[in-house]
Ligand binder design. Structure first.
Ligand SMILES: [Fe+2]
Ligand SMILES: [Fe+2]
Length: 178
């Protein structure tokens, strides 16, 4: 028999629900950042980086999916996803250096966000599983930030990619409209 989701059995403090909602939206955006990068780069280094991180972000998102009821999730989720995808795509179009710097900046912000949330969770001993999991996610995000700092290369990641080349400066539109 399937185990009930935490939101079906626990009554959570509204402040915590708000925090989890922002975690969920942020992780949904993070998944899309890497999807956007992968749609716009052929750079093997950046692709490996994005594929590895994408898998971790999908695990983070699945966890928050299980903690938040569908009604408790952000109404702006489609916007978060779109913003994430565009951020990933545009940064990849700007070259690998820009993509890695973007990830570094985003993950530093996420680190601060999770650190503040762990303080909120500290007194709630009944939520130790949640606190431990968020602490391990924070470690993952720090690893992502540090991974990004390891790649100093600057390549034109979008060159040769038919979906993205049309957006590069100086390129001609690939389709005619009207
Ligand atoms: Fe994450
Ligand atoms: Fe991350």
């Amino acid at each position: 028999m399937k185990r009930p989701a935490p939101y079906e059995t626990l009554t959570l403090d509204p402040r915590l629900v708000r925090a989890l909602r922002s975690d969920h939206a942020g992780e949904a955006g993070a998944v899309e950042i890497y999807r956007g990068m992968l749609a716009c780069t052929r750079n093997p280094q950046l692709r490996r980086f994005a594929e590895t991180h994408l898998r971790t972000e999908q695990q983070h998102l699945a966890f928050f999916d299980s903690w938040l009821s569908p009604a408790g999730r952000s109404h702006a989720l489609p916007l978060w996803r779109l913003a994430g995808w565009l951020l990933g795509a545009v940064s990849a179009l700007g070259g690998a250096r820009m993509a890695f710097q973007t990830v570094r900046a985003v993950e530093s912000f996420v680190d601060d966000h999770y650190a503040a949330q762990l303080q909120l969770l500290a007194p709630a001993t009944e939520l130790i599983v949640l606190a431990d999991t968020i602490a391990s996610f924070r470690e993952d995000e720090l690893e992502h930030r540090d991974d990004a700092a390891l790649y100093p290369g600057n390549f034109s990641a979008a060159q040769g990619h038919p979906d993205c080349e049309q957006f590069l400066p100086g390129s001609r539109p690939s389709r005619k409209f009207g």
